[in-house]
Design a protein around this ligand. Structure first.
Ligand code: SAM
Length: 231
């Protein structure tokens, strides 16, 4: 059975998609959506040998080799331009997801939808999307086994709607998640705030120089934004 996290990612994949799941590990996600019939063709991309072998094994085990191509390679280099119209990248840090998108930009021209699930650092993805003409259309936050995950969904097109008012806050917390402010959201940012406060205390007892001062400034800004988001 698919994890709650991957099931939530799967729900955003439009029916009839041609999918690439990058960093697929066991290929659980493409296997699930192909089995259910929503996806007709999928590429499972993996850069590491172990996970690549796991993906191959799982796809064969489920008898899905005709519909799912397991390919070894770095990021989007495993797909040809125009081959897929939807890409999922899940279970990695936001910075890694952003670097995969940035390096593979030329492969995104004909892609309609990106479904990205960062474990941390979602804000770097929001910034990348904004700067690269991807419109953030949906966000979800969820908790599974004590861990909190975010899912960001973007479509190819110039962003206009979500960012108005305090853009820094929206990039950090997510425009849709910030509007909703549900229980999991509150829990995540309460914890982050406590962590920032701890860092601030450490910085205050450290030697004061330009570095610590600017770091303190940055952390203070974040704490204030969290206070506002949680108010
Ligand atoms: N996507 C699955 C999930 O969400 O459960 C697996 C997540 S696993 C923690 C991250 C996977 O991404 C690893 O198997 C790793 O080998 C792969 N990975 C990391 N960097 C990659 C890259 N540049 N290109 C392709 N795969 C990558």
């Amino acid at each position: 059975k698919l994890s709650k996290r991957l099931a939530a990612v799967a729900e955003f994949i439009p029916a009839g998609s041609r999918l690439a799941d990058i960093g697929s590990d066991h290929a659980y996600l493409p296997c699930h959506v192909v089995r259910k019939g929503g996806v007709t063709f999928a590429v499972a991309g993996e850069v590491a040998e172990g996970p690549y072998q796991s993906a191959l094994k799982q796809v064969r085990l489920e008898g899905l080799s005709d519909s799912i191509d397991v390919r070894k390679g770095d990021g989007l280099e495993v797909i040809q331009n125009g081959e897929v119209n939807c890409i999922t990248i899940a279970g990695m840090g936001g910075a890694l997801i952003t670097s995969i998108l940035e390096k593979g930009k030329d492969k995104l021209v004909q892609v309609k939808k990106l479904i990205l699930q960062p474990n941390i650092g979602a804000s770097s993805i929001r910034k990348w999307l904004l700067e690269n003409d991807w419109e953030l259309v949906s966000e979800k936050i969820l908790k599974e086994d004590g861990k909190i995950y975010e899912i960001l969904v973007a479509v190819n097109g110039v962003p206009e709607a979500p960012y108005s008012g305090n853009k820094d806050m929206q990039l950090l917390f997510g425009p849709y998640l910030l509007k909703e402010r549900n229980q999991v959201f509150r829990e995540k940012w309460e914890l982050e705030k406590i962590n920032w406060e701890r860092i601030l205390t450490q910085l205050e007892s450290a030697e004061q120089n330009e570095g610590t001062l600017s770091k303190k400034e940055e952390i203070l800004t974040k704490i204030k934004m969290a206070e506002e988001a949680l108010a």
